[in-house]
Design a protein around this ligand. Structure first.
Ligand code: NAP
Length: 318
């Protein structure tokens, strides 16, 4: 039985707790967030202990800590948990810039604990089925990825979009597209970006990234309703993953000869449960990183985001 503690009790922590019910031999036992009332309500709802302080959570007899707070706080909570020997599953983006991620990864290595960024798409049954299908009925080596997402929640009066608190569209959303490009095309080599700025962050970014094996074209935005599909192109055909591609359920493989194959693979439990099950398995095996979302992949993802922000002229306030 893997015993979990959660840090943060917001939207994604709720989905995590729901998803955990679909994971065998794993249970949420402790939770902490900085406001006691929502922490107590969350703990009561999920049958966990509400810790009064973060230190109390670290003292708890748990195997793994799930970090579900705002991006700029991921590093401090992750590092503190790893220093106490806990395995850490940290929400995306794991860090707000590469240098910060490297500090976290150095602690993971020094403490020899499992650390993984919670990048969920590759663990969905559809995504795995698509990979398996392309092994037996290939389209050739992918050389192009196109994807995008907008959530349209930016506007006058919105005060919590700043680089110190949550960052902009690249950190919040673009990290997914960055993952997709890296997953199919390899390590990034070059990045070009255009965008719109507001409140000191990117509210929209359009990115071209050049990778080892191809080119990706993607966007992310907080000021448009652009929930998207994803396209993976190769010499022998292409794949369309229907939107929202980051919670994938259906995809179409279209071959050069005109054949099409439809994949429809539902997911249960809200979808986070698959990455959590993967993490639990790694923990049982004594692994310190995921072969899917490895430390190297996390470094590449945030590197693309850093380079995109630099191209837009965004710098973190010192
Ligand atoms: N994997 C996914 O599908 C997915 C989806 C959405 C979000 N996320 C990621 O999950 C993280 C949280 O997002 P969310 O949508 O759950 O946000 P949210 O609903 O605002 O919840 C954030 C939680 O973290 C707490 N918190 C925020 N900053 C904190 C700090 N500095 N110290 C201690 N507690 C802090 C908040 O407490 P207060 O109430 O006191 O502010 C709240 O409990 C983000 O990094 C986001 O990128 C992942």
């Amino acid at each position: 039985m893997i015993r979990w503690a959660a840090v943060g009790v917001g939207n994604i922590a709720r989905r995590f707790a729901q998803g955990l019910k679909f994971v065998d031999d794993a249970v949420l036992t402790h939770v902490w967030s900085r406001r006691s009332e929502p922490t107590a309500a969350f703990a009561a709802q999920h049958g966990a202990v509400a810790c009064e302080h973060f230190e109390a959570l670290l003292d708890a007899d748990v195997d793994a800590v799930y970090i579900a707070t705002a991006h700029p706080s991921h590093a401090a909570f992750s590092i503190a948990a790893m220093r106490r020997g806990k395995a850490v599953l940290c929400e995306k983006p794991a860090a707000i810039e590469l240098a910060e991620l490297d500090t976290m990864l150095a602690v993971a290595q020094a403490e020899r604990v499992l650390f993984m960024e919670a990048m969920k798409p590759p663990f969905y049954p559809l995504y795995r089925a698509l990979r398996a299908h392309l092994e037996i009925d290939p389209i050739g080596e992918p050389n192009f990825v196109r994807a995008g997402c907008g959530v349209s929640n930016y506007g006058p009066g919105m005060t919590d979009v700043d680089l110190e608190r949550v960052g902009g569209s690249l950190l919040d959303i673009g990290i997914y597209e960055s993952f997709l490009a890296i997953d199919w095309l390899g390590a990034p080599r070059d990045v070009q970006a255009f965008g719109r700025l507001g409140c000191g962050v990117d509210v929209f970014a359009s990115v071209n990234s050049v990778h080892e094996r191809g080119i990706a074209q993607w966007y992310c935005g907080l000021d448009l309703h652009g929930r998207g599909d994803a396209l993976i192109g190769a010499p022998g055909g292409h794949v369309t993953i229907d939107g929202p591609w980051w919670n994938p359920r259906t995809a179409t493989v279209t071959y050069k000869d005109g054949r099409t194959v439809e994949l429809d693979v539902p997911f249960e439990g809200g979808g986070l449960n698959y990455e959590v099950a993967h993490f639990c398995e790694l923990l049982r095996q004594g692994r310190t990183q995921s072969p899917v979302i490895s430390h190297a992949v996390s470094r590449q993802m945030i590197d693309v985001i850093d380079r995109s922000r630099a191209a837009l002229g965004l710098r973190r306030a010192e």
